[in-house]
Design a protein around this ligand. Structure first.
Ligand code: BQZ
Length: 687
């Protein structure tokens, strides 16, 4: 490793020893160990997956027909939209499915309530993905040809841009209904856009804000058509941002009366209006929550108004029930390989060896398939210097240091990323991750990626350059004129991986003389600390934007007051951006406005260079995840990644997954029942 100063000293004829030990020059990241994903997707065009059309006749499970015969439900044709979404048989890996059976999920989160639009978490692990359907869909894009890469239609069946690119007209599916039979119309999209996203007092679960949609101005045209009008032409990324996590409208007929603007008591009451014991909350998803036993299980039953069918006219879903056992994320892996659970995203590298061993047994009840290296962790210093998260004096001093590149370089030079990855799992899985766009993805460019490699002497030199020295000789650097600097590192306690990485960081920072104290927070507390800026440093498993760039693009930089993970506006709405951040904002906005693929590639090379040169986030490690699914399920698409445009719960398109009749296990907890009326106690029978 060539120390820059030593070379300079030699050139000047000065003894290298006389020059203060300087830092090693930044480099490009090491190539990741070769790791072949198990199974390639069958690449298709979007139109090969599904289309919207009326079919001559429709079917439903026989036990659902009993509800029609008892006069409790309209005939199935009247429960479907004029032109349902029709999944094409040729894209169903195992063809037309049969009705029946259940998918038994295990999750580590817990439902807070059902008001996703006021920020309530459903406990993750696929519950929210299956309940809140959105205008467009990106999960299945993992199998879409790069030449046809645009968001899939979903509740929005089509859209078009005005000639000047400043107006987007969106056409909703016509005649679809909520699971309680109420029509889905632009009343729902208008309420979502103007009274959830547009109301600063309301924050939806994934933080969608006006900037998420390029500050478009909403207008209804009719019950199934609305427009968004923009300042700058063709902000096509808004269509990606209309997928899961963002433009997923709620039932205005239930939400609106609770909203303070329409007679609701106040914002807190609005958020808490549909608590976790409220059953049968209307959904546009394939299933509806009919039972919740706290810390035990959430059970969902099929939505009789679901607006999707297969080409034979069978109303979907094929699976009559979804279960979510309320446990831990680690238990999800254990139960999936044991066969008592049906699904897991194997994402905690510590469990790989055991899971692989179990799944390798031919008698294993589950199939395990590794995908691409898209699970990655970064350490994020809080970059706000003007009060986001209300820091005390000590934290404010740390934020000033966080805003100093020499300090951020010290952290990076102090991290032995190879050892961090190997502390999780040995083998070709993990690779040092500098931060920024992931290696191996469409917009990655190695030569644009700057890597400050592990070197303790360089780390210590950078701390000194940042004005930190161990003035009291106790082994830890001190704040200028004060006691030891003591950084609090927030991590998520629900995952062993997050805790292991955090513990590794604490130890390595100690080796360079930087005292770091761990604060491990569970689920919602972690998410709240992350989103409110109440941290000095935080370790986060990164989102889709650093893998695909085209989804969640606004999360790549502080393009708005609340879009960036480690730099949001203060209470006064002020963003004190550093110069390099302004460059990133400008680059991302140009990317969003560009329709030229070559220009977009170049813009992302620049973004990657600015991000990694300035360590906007300090990468730790990246590795592949594996999808574990019980072998009895059919129609699991080949090569489905656990995480890319979205999680596998979305990617595998659960509504068209089925279990052949001879493999069904009779594990439904509420067989032959349907959701009841909103707010009623639970599921209902036909008579
Ligand atoms: C997958 C995912 C589906 C959230 C969540 C959880 C939250 C975060 C993140 C993952 C869980 C599973 O991830 O770990 O495999 O099933 O749910 O939503 O970590 O705490 O806030 O971003 O997606």
């Amino acid at each position: 490793m060539i120390r820059r100063a030593a070379v300079a000293a030699l050139l000047l004829g000065v003894s290298a020893m006389a020059v203060q030990a300087d830092v090693v020059a930044p480099t490009t990241p090491p190539d990741a160990p070769k790791f072949d994903a198990q199974g390639e997707p069958v690449f298709v065009n979007r139109s090969d997956i599904y289309e919207y059309k009326a079919l001559p006749a429709y079917n439903e499970p026989a036990w659902v027909k009993a509800f029609v015969d008892a006069g409790k439900l309209p005939p199935v044709a009247e429960r479907l939209p004029k032109e349902p979404l029709v999944y094409k048989t040729a894209n169903e890996p195992d063809g037309t499915g049969v009705y029946g059976d259940v998918m038994r999920h295990v999750i580590g989160g817990r439902p807070e309530g059902w008001n996703f639009w006021a920020g309530q978490s459903y406990g993750w692990g696929g519950i929210d993905i299956g309940l809140v359907e959105c205008l467009t869909r990106t999960g299945p894009l993992f199998e879409v040809n790069a030449t046809d890469l645009q968001p899939l239609p979903n509740l929005a069946k089509s859209w078009e841009w005005s000639a000047d690119g400043k107006t987007l007209t969106v056409h909703l599916i016509e005649g679809a209904k909520w699971s309680d039979g109420e029509p889905f119309t632009t009343a729902d999209t208008e309420f979502y856009y103007n009274d959830v996203v547009g109301d600063p007092n309301v924050t939806p679960l994934m933080g969608a804000a006006p900037e998420t949609y390029s500050n478009g101005v909403y207008a209804n045209v009719d019950d199934y058509t609305f427009t968004l009008t923009f300042e700058t032409p063709f902000p096509e990324s808004v269509l990606y941002n209309m997928a899961y996590g963002n433009f997923c409208p709620g039932p205005a007929h239930l939400l609106k009366p609770q909203h303070p603007k329409y007679g609701g008591k106040d914002y807190e009451s609005f958020q808490k209006a549909f608590p976790a014991d409220y059953m049968n909350f209307p959904s546009m998803g394939a299933w509806v929550v009919v039972e919740h036993r706290p810390d035990d299980i959430v059970v969902l039953r099929r939505n009789p108004y679901y607006w999707k069918v297969d080409e034979a006219g069978n109303q979907l879903p094929y699976l009559d029930e979804m279960q979510y056992r309320l446990s831990t994320w680690a238990d999800r892996d254990v139960q999936a390989v044991a066969g008592t659970g049906d699904f897991s995203n194997l994402e905690q590298a510590e469990n790989y060896v055991e899971a692989l061993k179990k799944a390798a047994d031919p008698a294993s009840p589950a199939k395990l398939a590794f995908g691409p290296r898209t699970i990655g962790y970064s350490l994020y210093p809080n970059l706000s210097g003007n009060g986001w998260g209300e820091p005390d004096a000590n934290s404010q001093a740390i934020r000033e240091l966080n805003r100093n590149l020499d300090f951020r370089k010290a952290i990076s030079y102090g991290l032995d990323r190879q050892r961090l990855g190997e502390s999780l799992v040995k083998g070709p899985f993990t690779t040092p991750y500098p931060g920024g766009i992931y290696a191996g993805t469409s917009y990655y460019d190695k030569d644009s990626t700057v890597y400050y490699p592990f070197d303790v002497a360089s780390a210590k030199a950078e701390l000194e350059t940042a004005g930190l020295t161990d003035s009291d000789g106790n082994g830890f650097v001190n704040l200028p004129g004060g006691g030891d600097l003591n950084v609090t590192l927030v991590t998520q306690s629900d995952y062993q991986t997050d805790k292991n990485l955090a513990e590794g960081v604490v130890a390595m920072m100690g080796d360079i003389g930087l005292k770091v104290t761990l604060s491990a927070l569970a689920g919602k507390d972690f998410d709240n600390a992350r989103d409110s800026g109440k941290y000095d440093w935080i370790i986060i498993r990164n989102g889709t934007e650093l893998i695909t760039v085209v989804s969640n693009t606004t999360a790549l930089a502080p393009v708005g007051p609340t879009t960036d993970v480690n730099h949001k506006a203060n209470g006064a709405g002020e963003l004190d951006l550093l110069d390099y951040e302004k460059d990133m904002v400008d680059t991302v906005n140009k990317f969003i406005a560009s329709r030229d693929p070559a220009e977009r590639k170049d813009l992302m090379k620049h973004y990657q260079n600015v991000y990694t040169t300035n360590l906007d986030g300090i990468g730790l490690t990246a590795y592949p995840g594996a999808l574990i699914v019980n072998k009895r399920f059919a129609n699991i698409p080949a090569g489905a990644p656990i995480f890319m445009y979205n999680w596998a719960e979305d990617n595998i398109m659960r509504e068209r997954v089925y279990v052949p009749a001879d493999k069904q296990i009779g594990a439904e907890l509420h067989p032959n029942t349907l959701p009841g009326a909103p707010g009623s106690a639970g599921p209902v029978t036909a008579n």
